[in-house]
Design a protein around this ligand. Structure first.
Ligand code: FPP
Length: 245
């Protein structure tokens, strides 16, 4: 007698409600490496690979914005060797993006205080930015580098105070001075690795985001995992503080 099996779902199977903007805290790289007796840098390297796959999958699905937490304002506290390894991965990724953006069809934007980054990295960021403005594509990947939600709010208030054309201070007015100006708020924030906290990520923008947590470590996260998060999102009842009519 044959065993009845459910047909496996095809990755990217049409979902009734697709988020416009997915944000991810790429957590668990260190634990992934430790489990394999590898240096933490190997975990970040595997994490960068996962990011490439997921960005490409988001483009395939038609998700407009993917924002990832690549380096926080607090990550400078890590050993220099680890900080350098993450910066080198970002360098490598931006260099690749400059060569392949046309083919990959994913625009890149860096969010955060980039003024303290090494000059060559700042240059790569500005070249990537220039190219991104020329690419006609629906998908944009936002890399948060030296990004902190609180730092961003302070930065926005300072910018607003110094703006000669500033308007009365309202939520929409202050949003214009955030790093995410012009980008819709994230509909879905995903945190892998079993941690259940926001860690200073998109504090202003995630006020009404849906959250999805999974125990999977970021380097093991894949298309199927994103499908699961999207399926969960599609079932959510978003009321934005109101009631259903
Ligand atoms: C958190 O995991 C991860 C980071 C602080 C760095 C994330 C950076 C990358 C994945 C590389 C960025 C490169 C590109 C191209 C986007 P953790 O190290 O805190 O993990 P742990 O909690 O298991 O120690």
């Amino acid at each position: 007698m044959g065993i009845l099996r459910r047909k496996p779902k095809k990755a990217g199977q049409a979902l009734s409600v697709l988020p416009r903007h997915v944000a991810i805290i790429m957590d668990g790289n260190g634990r992934w490496a430790k489990k394999r007796s590898l240096p933490r840098s190997a975990g970040h390297s595997a994490g960068a690979e996962t990011f490439r796959r997921i960005a490409s999958y988001c483009r395939k699905l038609g998700i407009e914005y993917l924002t990832v937490y690549a380096f926080s304002t607090e990550n400078w506290k890590r050993p220099k060797e680890e900080v350098d390894s993450i910066m080198n991965l970002l360098r490598r990724y931006l260099k690749e993006a400059i060569d392949s953006m046309e083919r990959e069809q994913v625009r890149i934007k860096v969010l955060g205080d980039t003024s303290v980054l090494d000059k060559d990295l700042q240059e790569l960021i500005s070249r990537t930015d220039g190219l991104s403005h020329q690419i006609e594509t629906k998908t944009q990947a936002n890399l948060c580098i030296n990004y902190g939600g609180r730092d961003e709010i302070i930065h926005a208030v300072r910018e607003w105070m110094n703006a000669p054309d500033r308007q009365e201070l309202t939520e929409s007015e202050l949003s214009k001075y955030m790093y995410t100006s012009g980008i819709p708020d994230p509909d879905l924030v995903i945190r892998p690795s079993g941690e259940v906290r926001i860690s200073n990520f998109l504090l202003w923008q995630s006020a009404y985001s849906e959250f999805y947590f999974t125990d999977t470590l970021w380097p093991d996260f894949n298309e199927r995992e994103l499908d699961r998060a999207l399926e969960s999102y599609a079932k959510r009842d978003r009321r934005y503080g109101g009631v259903k009519g």
